[in-house]
Design a binder for this molecule. Structure first.
Ligand SMILES: *[C@@H]1O[C@H](CO)[C@@H](O)[C@H](O)[C@H]1NC(C)=O
Ligand SMILES: *[C@@H]1O[C@H](CO)[C@@H](O)[C@H](O)[C@H]1NC(C)=O
Ligand SMILES: *[C@@H]1O[C@H](CO)[C@@H](O)[C@H](O)[C@H]1NC(C)=O
Ligand SMILES: *[C@@H]1O[C@H](CO)[C@@H](O)[C@H](O)[C@H]1NC(C)=O
Ligand SMILES: *[C@@H]1O[C@H](CO)[C@@H](O)[C@H](O)[C@H]1NC(C)=O
Ligand SMILES: *[C@@H]1O[C@H](CO)[C@@H](O)[C@H](O)[C@H]1NC(C)=O
Ligand SMILES: *[C@@H]1O[C@H](CO)[C@@H](O)[C@H](O)[C@H]1NC(C)=O
Length: 551
C-alpha cells in the first residue's frame, strides 16, 4: 500500500495548504469585487465558487464542505455557457464534454465508498487543447480538415490526467495545427483575450489560456513548439510549464515538430501547474524521446510548497537576465509597458536578496535563432503524416498533401497557409542536408546555453516571455516572443505572471505581462520552487473583469 500512503500524505499536505490558498484567494484575485464562499455547516451544500478555484479549494469544498463533484463541474459548465459564445464571447471552446456530469457523478459515487483514496486531481475540471487525443470527444487540431476526427484512445498524458481523477470538461481552441501564435483556426475562428477583448490571447494554446484565465476550468493543457504554452500563459496572467524535452510523452498529440514539440500544463497558480506537470510526466514508447525522461521526474508539488513557504529562498539565488531578449525601443508604448513591469520584478528580486546578473551573449537573438536553427518546416509533413496514417479511430484526412489540397485552412492568417503549403514542398524533408546542419547546430546551441549557465553559476535565466504586449486581433504575427531559446534546446521553462500594463479603455485592469524562468535540463523542481517564491513575492495574478460577474 505504498502508493496509498503517498496519496494520503499528499492529501494532508494539500489540506494544510488550504489556509494559504484562502489567503492567496483574498489577497490576489479579487480586483475590487467581493466573493462569497459557501460556509454552511451541514452537508447539503450544492453551490461552489468556481472563480479562481484551485486544486486546494476544490479539495476543501469536497472533503470539508461536502460539496458534490457534480455541483463543482456544473459551476464551470455554467461559466462556459455564460461567457464563451455570449457576453464577451471569448470563443475559446471547440467542444464541451457531454459526459462531464456523468464523470462527476461517478467520482461522487466512488468518494462515498469505504477506503476511497482520491487522486491528486480528484474532481478538478480541466480543458485540453484540441490537439490532445480523447476517446470521448473529437480531436481537430483546430482544422476543418479534421472535423469529426475521433480517436479510439486517449493520448498517454490524457490517460494519466484522467487516472488522477480530473474531469475533462472541454476541448479548447488553438492556432490551427499549432502553427502560429494568434489562436485563429478554421474550425472556430479567433479566440479573444479576456483582459482586453481587442487583443489575441497569445497562442497557439490560446483557447486553453483564455479558458483558464476566465475560470472556465481550474487548469488546462497546451503544446509548445516555439512559444505555444508560454505565450498564452504570459497573455492571460497564468503559470505555464514547457518541460525538458523527453519528460512528458507526446504520443497521441497532433504533432508539428519531432525536435521542438513539448506538451505541458497551464494553471492559475504555480502549485496547480506543478501538480499537473507531475501527473503528465512519463514515458511511453510511442514517443521515443520520452525515454530521455525516465527516472527524471521529481515531486513538483512538493517543490511548489517549499518555494511558497520560504521567504528567504531568494538569498543566494543567481538569476541571469538575458539582455538580448529585451527590446530597448521604449518609445513604443507596447514595449515600454513590458519593460516597466520587468524592471519592477528585477527590483523586487534584488530586494529579497537574489543576485541579478546579465547574460550578454548577443547570439541568443530570436530572429537569428529562428533563421538558422528552426526545423519545423522539415519535420511537419513527416510527423503529421505519421500521426494520420497510424490513426486508431476515424479520421477524415490521411496526409498533409490532402489537407492542403482541401484548402479548408484558415484564410484570416496568411502565415498558416503559407507554412502548410511550404511543408508539402518535397525539398522540405528530413533528408535535406540543411536539416542535418540545423540539427547539429541545435546540439551546439544547447552546449552554448550550458556554458552561459556554468560561467556565472546561474540557477536560472530570466526574461519577459514577450518583449511587447500581446498583439491586437488582426495582427499578422505574435511578435516579440522569446520562447524559441528553450524550444530549440529542450531546456525547461516556466512562465509566471509578472504584472500588468497600465489600464486603458479596452483593458480595464491592464494587459497581463508574463516573465519566464529557464533552467538546465530536468531542473523543473528547482524552477518550480523559484517560480513559487516569485509568485508569492509579486502576487501579480489578477482575474479578468470581462468574465468576473458571478453566474
Ligand atoms: C443545511 O443548510 C441549508 C442552507 O444553509 C439549509 O437550508 C438546510 O435546511 C440545512 N439542512 C440541514 C439538514 O440542516
Ligand atoms: C485502439 O484503441 C483501443 C481503445 O483503447 C484499443 O483497445 C485498441 O487496442 C487500439 N488499437 C490499436 C491498433 O492500437
Ligand atoms: C524515434 O522516432 C522517430 C519517429 O517519430 C524516428 O524517426 C526515429 O528514427 C526514432 N529514433 C530512434 C532512436 O528509435
Ligand atoms: C523592438 O521594438 C520596435 C518597436 O516596436 C520594433 O520596431 C523592433 O522590431 C523590435 N525589435 C525586436 C528585435 O523585436
Ligand atoms: C528598465 O531598466 C533598464 C536598465 O536599467 C533601463 O534602461 C530602462 O529604461 C528601464 N525601462 C523602464 C520602462 O523602466
Ligand atoms: C518555406 O521554407 C523555406 C525553407 O525551405 C524557408 O526559407 C521559408 O521561410 C519558408 N516559408 C514559410 C512561410 O514557412
Ligand atoms: C527530400 O529532399 C531531397 C532534397 O534535399 C530530395 O532529393 C528528395 O527527393 C526529397 N524526398 C522526398 C520523399 O520528397
Amino acid at each position: 500500500m505504498a502508493g496509498a500512503s503517498i496519496l494520503c500524505c499528499w492529501l494532508v499536505i494539500c489540506l494544510a495548504l488550504i489556509c494559504d490558498a484562502c489567503d492567496i484567494f483574498d489577497d490576489v484575485h479579487l480586483v475590487g469585487a467581493s466573493i462569497s464562499i459557501s460556509t454552511a455547516a451541514n452537508s447539503t451544500i450544492s453551490s461552489f465558487e468556481p472563480r479562481e478555484a484551485t486544486i486546494a479549494s476544490i479539495q476543501h469544498a469536497i472533503f470539508h464542505e461536502a460539496v458534490s463533484c457534480r455541483a463543482i463541474v456544473q459551476s464551470f459548465l455554467d461559466r462556459i455557457a455564460a461567457y464563451d459564445k455570449q457576453g464577451p464571447s471569448l470563443n475559446a471552446i471547440i467542444t464541451t464534454n457531454p459526459n462531464a456530469l456523468m464523470y462527476a457523478d461517478e467520482l461522487d459515487q466512488k468518494a462515498g465508498e469505504p477506503g476511497f483514496i482520491p487522486g491528486v486531481l480528484h474532481c478538478v475540471p480541466m480543458v485540453l487543447k484540441d490537439n490532445y487525443d480523447t476517446f470521448d470527444m473529437p480531436t481537430t487540431g483546430g482544422s476543418l480538415s479534421l472535423r469529426g476526427a475521433q480517436p479510439a484512445a486517449d493520448a498517454s498524458a490524457v490517460l494519466r490526467i484522467r487516472a488522477a481523477g480530473a474531469v475533462i470538461i472541454a476541448k479548447a481552441n488553438l492556432h490551427e495545427f499549432a502553427i502560429s501564435g494568434l489562436t485563429i483556426s478554421s474550425i472556430l475562428g479567433q479566440t479573444k483575450n479576456p483582459y482586453d477583448l481587442t487583443r489575441t490571447p497569445g497562442g497557439s494554446s490560446g483557447g486553453t489560456g483564455a479558458s483558464v484565465a476566465a475560470s472556465f476550468a481550474v487548469m488546462g493543457t497546451g503544446t509548445d513548439t516555439v512559444n505555444s504554452i508560454r505565450s498564452p500563459t504570459s497573455a492571460n496572467s497564468l503559470v505555464g510549464i514547457r518541460p525538458t524535452r523527453g519528460l512528458v510523452s507526446r504520443d497521441g498529440v497532433v504533432p508539428l515538430s519531432y525536435t521542438q514539440d513539448a506538451i505541458g500544463p497551464l494553471a492559475r497558480t504555480v502549485f496547480d501547474a506543478a501538480t499537473l506537470l507531475g501527473v503528465m510526466a512519463g514515458y511511453n514508447p510511442a514517443d521515443n524521446v520520452s525515454a530521455l525522461g525516465v527516472g527524471q521526474a521529481q515531486d513538483y508539488a512538493f517543490y511548489a510548497l517549499q518555494g511558497a513557504k520560504d521567504a528567504s529562498l531568494f538569498e543566494g539565488v543567481r538569476i541571469g537576465v538575458v539582455d538580448i531578449l529585451i527590446n530597448q525601443t521604449e518609445s513604443d508604448p507596447e514595449v515600454y509597458q513590458v519593460n516597466k513591469v520587468f524592471n519592477a520584478t528585477l527590483a523586487a528580486l534584488g530586494q529579497v536578496g537574489a543576485t541579478v546578473l546579465h547574460v550578454t551573449d548577443r547570439t541568443l537573438d530570436i530572429t537569428h535563432l529562428s533563421a538558422v536553427f528552426d526545423v519545423q518546416i522539415y519535420e511537419f509533413r513527416t510527423e503529421l503524416d505519421n500521426y494520420l496514417q497510424n490513426y486508431n479511430g476515424t479520421v477524415p484526412a490521411t496526409s498533409l498533401d490532402e489537407i492542403v489540397s482541401q484548402n479548408l485552412y484558415e484564410k484570416g492568417d496568411a502565415y498558416t497557409g503559407a507554412f502548410m503549403r511550404n511543408a508539402t514542398i518535397p525539398l522540405n524533408n528530413e533528408t535535406n542536408p540543411e536539416y542535418f546542419t540545423r540539427r547539429s547546430g541545435i546540439d551546439g546551441l544547447r552546449t552554448q546555453l550550458a556554458l552561459r549557465f556554468a560561467e556565472q553559476n546561474l540557477d536560472v535565466m530570466f526574461y519577459p516571455h514577450q518583449n511587447r504586449l500581446v498583439v491586437p486581433i488582426g495582427s499578422s504575427t505574435q511578435s516579440g516572443r522569446n520562447g524559441l531559446v528553450a524550444a530549440l534546446t529542450g531546456l525547461p521553462a516556466i512562465g509566471v505572471p509578472g504584472g500588468f500594463s497600465d489600464p486603458t479603455d479596452t483593458a480595464p485592469i491592464g494587459v497581463p505581462v508574463g516573465v519566464e524562468f529557464m533552467g538546465m535540463p530536468f531542473t523543473e523542481g528547482r524552477l518550480v520552487e523559484i517560480a513559487a517564491a516569485f509568485e508569492r513575492l509579486m502576487r501579480a495574478r489578477r482575474a479578468p473583469l470581462s468574465t468576473w460577474e458571478s453566474v
